[in-house]
Design a protein around this ligand. Structure first.
Ligand code: NAD
Ligand code: ZN
Length: 368
């Protein structure tokens, strides 16, 4: 990893070299850092977005540790990917209006990726944009969704169809919040960590392979490293013109599966579960066209299959799943865009595959 200059841990001093990417605070003093941030910002009002789970498990801890938030307005929405929608955004913009939020208001996203993606979108568009910060409470949001400024909502069944890239003013990460997360949600976040290792760091991959997932909060010691990998990549390409696309490894097929399951409401897949399947399929594609080593392919498939439930993807659904891929935001000139693995720890963006090859990859997953 290159010199990492925008992560603030404990009392260690780091400096933001380049304000393209926001500062990220984690470690024991995170709530103190948030208090200082709020005081310095001199905001005219504070608005905390939660869902029922982050409200129950995280809000009391946050408020008791950060006195500045005692008088904040609390805005609660129902949890779930289906609520990452324009209808809920309209409600949130109306609530901010009712609460008389001015341009100098601060919006705080306390929750998982749904809260961070949608809350950031609402804040960045309300009155042409008010400050917002992320306080991620799921593993997935801590290592991925809260960092990097991608904000989005779903539209007509398509994932993240409407959105912007606007960076939060800061991100505050408290891994103790993860203690109340269900095992299934926890593993969903772990899939993004697996992705980080596969695209950027073989040593990290070797470490993740050894984790004991039966241990509570087993991933907490690695949260900072995943954030480092993500921010390093985002820093070099904040608006996803090139290299940032490697972070979409597993997501071309993953997002299409997530959209497909969401549309058909078949006890739908969590984001990370869909990404786990996408990782297997896209590692397979890497092997058939770009000489990703067969032994490494087996290693990836065995590790991922060990931790994630197997779903059967009906071959009758393949065409519809590919139709979802045609809406992928990375596509150019109607070609479905993939990131491939050259080897574990090294990825390459902007590759295309035929429909037949994509179907073969889905079959490969089904036959594992
Ligand atoms: N913007 C990005 O760069 C980016 C990256 C990856 C994923 N995402 C998006 O993130 C979303 C998925 O995020 P997610 O997995 O966090 O989903 P989520 O926000 O739906 O949270 C998962 C569940 O955990 C609950 N929860 C949250 N914190 C909790 C806690 N501390 N204890 C107990 N329960 C808690 C939530 O209420 C919800 O039921 C997807 O919409 C995905 O597209 C965005
Ligand atoms: Zn993701």
């Amino acid at each position: 990893m290159t010199n990492f200059a925008y992560l603030y841990m404990g009392t260690q001093k780091h400096f933001t070299l380049n304000q393209v990417i926001h500062p990220i605070f984690l470690g024991k003093t995170v709530f103190k850092k948030l208090s200082v941030f709020i005081k310095k910002g001199n905001y005219s009002s504070l608005h905390i977005l939660v869902d029922e789970n982050s409200m129950q498990h995280c809000l009391p801890i946050l408020i008791s540790n950060c006195i500045e938030l005692k008088e904040a307005n609390i805005i609660e929405i129902e949890s779930g990917e289906a609520n990452k929608s324009v209808e809920i955004c309209v409600e949130l913009w109306a609530t901010l209006t009712d609460e008389k939020a001015e341009r100098k208001a601060l919006f705080l996203n306390l929750g998982g990726g749904v809260i961070c993606d949608m809350g950031g979108f609402v804040a960045s568009t309300y009155k042409r944009g008010i400050d917002f910060v992320n306080i991620p409470t799921t593993l997935l949001a801590q290592v991925d969704a809260s960092v990097g400024g991608k904000l989005a909502i779903n539209l007509e069944g398509y994932k993240n169809q409407i959105g912007t890239i606007v960076h939060p003013k800061a991100v505050f990460v408290e891994t103790d919040f993860l203690k109340t997360l269900s095992k299934r949600e926890y593993l969903s976040g772990f899939a993004e960590m697996i992705k980080h290792a596969l695209v950027a760091d073989i040593n990290y991959w070797n470490k993740l392979k050894k984790v004991d997932i039966s241990q509570k909060n087993f991933a907490a010691p690695f949260v900072n490293h995943s954030i480092e990998i993500k921010t390093d990549i985002v820093q070099s390409d904040p608006y996803e013109k090139g290299v940032r696309k490697v972070l979409n490894f597993g997501h071309t097929i993953g997002h299409a599966l997530e959209s497909y399951f969401l549309k058909h409401n078949k006890n739908y897949l969590l984001h990370g579960e869909a990404v786990a399947i996408g990782i297997i399929c896209e590692a397979y594609l890497s092997s058939i066209k770009y000489s990703f080593d067969k032994k490494q392919l087996t290693e990836v498939c065995s590790f991922v299959s060990l931790h994630y439930k197997k779903y059967n993807i009906s071959s009758a659904a393949f065409s519809e799943i590919i139709a979802f891929m045609l809406q992928d935001k990375k596509n150019e000139k109607k070609e479905i865009n993939f990131t491939v693995l050259k080897k574990i720890g090294k990825a390459s963006p902007n590759h295309s595959f035929t429909r037949a090859q994509i179907k073969e990859a889905l079959d490969f997953y089904n036959n594992l």
